[in-house]
Ligand binder design. Sequence first.
Ligand SMILES: [Zn+2]
Length: 129
Amino acid sequence: MTESEIKAYIAALQPVLKLADWEIRVEMGKCDADCWAQNFTSARYKKATIRVSAEILAGNCEENVKAILIHELMHLYTAYGHKQVDSLLDPRHSERDRLLEQIIDDLIESLIDPMSEVIESLVEVESDT
Ligand SMILES: [Zn+2]
């Protein structure tokens, strides 16, 4: 997939994933270590930036790239609740809150990861490039 194909794929996925009302920007760039892509969301305003690592294209087959993009889009569903939970955590980050935050992160990832692969295998989108 090229950069423009990635952008077209995400745009085509939005209505399929019921995210048509989100303003989603896609940028190619440097992601955190061990990340192929990252999302930066403002759930309140339904705005998100999906940053895609330039190395994603060399390191993954097309199905994997699509599943990774779906994974990032699915985080838009969890963004609001995630932020609410974060706001309740102790800013001094007690051991208990650090553990709670990790459990929530792991729970979200463990749900989104397999679901993204399932959706990728089921969804066929037409994207204009
Ligand atoms: Zn994730």
